[in-house]
Design a binder for this molecule. Structure first.
Ligand code: MOS
Length: 749
């Protein structure tokens, strides 16, 4: 039987998605449904003096306006629950950040709810000036920082001060910064909540059905078995749907108070403040090296903005300066500064996307200072073992990533002198950077059932974010069961299914497939036993160990002609189905003596017209080492998507606030993200060597690594094209006017 794993198979839900028959959370409409809309604070911090609902309550269709003054406040979050904003909504009159929800309006219709929400008059007092931390004020942000609470992120290896003070050392130092940015998935966040006899059913746009189940059970003081969270698919998440946000709690609360099902769909504008952001970051990096380029010291100080209600630490140094290069003296710290922007949260490779921008830019500066090729600099500092815990890597092929990328890109034709490469009047820049992302694995479970119609049903409470997970898991399930893919139905996105982790940290594929391997083996063995024990079966009386499953048939090993189709066997045995279940720990299939990380290399070409200095990314080559690639088509899409998001991070994306602290570009016209013309050729390749020390299939994750290193590769290419070192994102045209070595045509000198 042909293996499904490894083939570039089309998405199993592709037809549903392109024909519009795939249903999303906002499509759910139980009978008696009410619609809700949130009212958001228009000040960044201060206090509510009063809420006047009188006009709203006169509008057609209005059912209720709920706010802190007319509800019983919810109890606080118990500890150990992961939530986006640690402050419960409507808990008091205080405002802590821009767009904080201050009321929820419930009406018969969606437009009626929106209209009534606009008619709620909120009066404020003690309004404070907004404090918005941004990349314009890097030194102020570094100076104002206090240490982040998560001190496990601190690294103090060797003697950093002595190493940096070494007289013969080559030193580079820079401050790198990035603004607050938002996820902007195509699908807006939505909740449909329905109470029934003390049971709560919630349809939710979530990357974590069981995390949402636990959080809602905790805050509404229910046994988790009374809460069911359903989410068959989401239209992108990138981290903004990983944790429970206040609007979800408000929808459940509104449904309880109004005693009818309630749906809330955030507007695009509300998405910019209601589901977290990638916080603003400032990173100061100092590198010390021998004249050969061999690193002797890395000092990495990272600071990010955080909301007053929730301390979020962007882990900029974790997988970057800590482990990316062999270096004896390393110091890493993380600090936070409170500002009045939306709460920070995970946003695709949180910490690594920002951290690699700083470190990989600094490495490019070091290559220039030493006078060697940036690829060569990285090879000279290659970490043969994990420099942090001294463990060997389970599987690391970063050298091959560099080599293959160099070849595919044609890197050896690069003239290292800035401004030396042209295409017509355009300046051409070639830059590169390393990509890195940890390989996480978490506990997971799955159930598998062979059915008498010859099909198999597989259940797991995992998630389909649009990544292709359901396709990949169908492939894996088919292979581990010995069934053809067409006969396997894989269902996910229901908290009542066997446990699965959050679809975050690029961990789903590695975690869930391990559960599938074990559940599949258990079912195969049960089918073999049944075949030997069923008297009418042609395999009756044989030893089960002599049998196997192939193409949905139980057959004698080495004699595939002798066997019986699994569905027929069940019918003979008088059973509708035969099931197996497996639950695996994070350590299942993993060798504890190793370190697990994915690596990759990006090479990019940019062009700048010096008269209109807008950067265009014209070519991108990426080679990734993510272990075994289970589906080249969906894996490639993940890396391409990560690169495109990295182009946005490098060149376009940022939240802009006005003097009152409000976000002025909270829409997809003014908040620019890359569209097709912004990215030309993207060439993605994989090393595709299995990592069997990590899990049985040898597959690490692929969802996030694409964005890591991308912004640095672009910034490095901009330096190569123009001689201008951009340490502040996004790279905007104003800083590129008058590249230093380009003759100015209109010069009067
Ligand atoms: Mo991802 S930022 O771990 O959803």
């Amino acid at each position: 039987m042909k293996q499904a794993v490894g083939l570039p198979i089309d998405r199993v839900d592709g037809r549903q998605k392109v024909t519009g028959s795939a249903r999303y959370t906002a499509d759910v409409a139980p009978p008696g449904l009410l619609h809700a809309s949130v009212v958001q604070a228009t000040i960044p911090s201060g206090r509510i003096r009063g809420i006047d609902c009188s006009r709203a309550l006169e509008l057609p269709g209005i059912v209720a306006v709920l706010h802190h003054d007319n509800i019983t406040p919810l109890d606080s979050w118990p500890s150990g629950i992961f939530i986006g904003d640690e402050r419960l909504p409507l808990s008091d009159e205080h405002i802590h950040y821009v767009g904080q929800h201050v009321a929820v309006v419930v009406a018969e219709g969606f437009e009626q709810a929106l209209h009534a929400a606009a008619a709620v008059m909120v009066h404020y007092a003690d309004t404070h000036k907004p404090s918005v931390m941004g990349p314009e004020l890097p030194e102020a942000m570094l100076a104002a920082a206090r240490p982040g609470e998560n001190q496990s992120l601190r690294v103090a290896r060797g003697d950093i001060d002595t190493a940096l003070g070494e007289p013969a050392a080559i030193r580079v130092e820079g401050v790198y910064s990035s603004p607050a940015a938002t996820h902007n998935p195509l699908e807006a966040s939505a909740t449909v909540a329905e109470w029934n006899d003390g049971h709560l059913t919630v349809h939710e746009t979530t990357q974590w059905v069981q995390g949402t189940q636990r959080a809602l059970a905790a805050v509404f003081r229910l046994d988790p078995t009374r809460v069911r969270v359903v989410c068959p698919r989401i239209g992108g998440g990138f981290g903004c749907k990983a944790l429970v946000w206040p609007h979800t709690v408000l929808t459940v609360l509104a449904a309880r108070i109004c005693e009818r099902p309630v749906k809330l769909v955030l507007t695009r504008e509300q998405m910019f403040t209601s589901t977290g952001c990638r916080p603003a970051t400032v990173q100061r990096i100092a590198l010390g090296a021998q004249p050969t380029g061999k690193l002797t010291a890395i000092r990495h100080e990272a600071v990010n903005s955080t909301a007053a209600t929730t301390e979020f630490v962007e882990q900029c140094g974790r997988s970057t300066s800590r482990i990316l290069y062999a270096c004896p003296n390393v110091s890493i710290s993380h600090g936070v500064v409170v500002d009045s922007g939306p709460p920070g949260t995970w946003m695709r490779a949180p910490g690594e996307c920002t951290g690699t921008f700083a470190l990989e830019s600094a490495m490019d500066e070091l290559a220039v200072a030493v006078g060697i090729d940036p690829v060569e600099l990285r090879l000279r500092n290659h970490a043969d073992v994990n420099p942090d815990d001294a463990l060997p890597w389970s599987s690391k092929h970063l050298r091959e990533c560099y080599a293959l990328g160099v070849e595919r890109f044609g890197w050896s034709a690069r003239d290292p002198r800035p401004g030396s490469m042209r295409s017509g009047t355009d300046l051409v820049g070639w830059g590169m950077a390393t990509a890195v992302y940890p390989a996480w694995k978490m506990p997971a479970a799955a159930s598998v059932h062979a059915r008498s119609d010859g099909s198999a049903l597989v259940r797991c409470a995992t998630h389909e974010l649009g990544t292709g997970a359901s396709t990949v898991f169908t492939q894996v399930a088919a292979d581990v069961l010995g069934f053809d893919m067409q006969r396997v139905e894989f269902v996910l996105g229901d908290s009542s299914f066997p446990p699965a982790p959050v679809a975050g940290g690029s961990s789903s594929t590695a975690s869930v497939s391990q559960a599938l391997v074990e559940a599949g083996a258990a079912l195969r063995s049960k089918l073999c036993t049944l075949a030997t024990a069923t008297s009418a079966s042609p395999l009756s009386g044989l030893r089960p160990e002599l049998l196997e499953i192939a193409a949905g048939r139980v057959v004698a090993r080495g004699d595939a002609g002798r066997g019986i189709e699994a569905g027929e066997l069940l019918r003979l045995a008088g059973q509708d189905e035969l099931g197996a279940y497996a639950q695996v720990s994070a350590d299942a299939g993993r060798d504890p003596g190793y370190s697990f990380t994915s690596f990759g290399a990006h090479f990019c070409e940019i062009r700048v017209d010096p008269r209109l200095p807008r950067v265009r990314v014209t070519r991108f080559v990426s080679v990734m080492d993510v272990g075994r690639v289970l589906n080249h088509k969906t894996a490639r899409s993940q890396v391409v998507g990560g690169i495109v998001m990295g182009v946005g991070m490098a060149l376009m994306e940022r939240l802009h606030t006005d003097a009152s602290g409000r976000i002025v570009n909270a829409n997809l016209a003014d908040y620019a993200v890359p569209v097709s013309p912004d990215v030309k050729a993207i060439d993605v390749d994989f090393i595709d060597v299995p990592d069997p020390r990590f899990n049985t299939l040898g597959a690490r994750g692929v969802g996030e690594i694409g964005i890591t290193g991308t912004a640095a590769a672009i910034a490095n290419a901009v330096h190569h094209a123009t001689g201008i070192r951009y340490r502040r994102l996004p790279i905007s045209p104003d800083g590129l006017l008058a590249p230093p070595f380009v003759e100015q045509e209109d010069s009067e000198a």
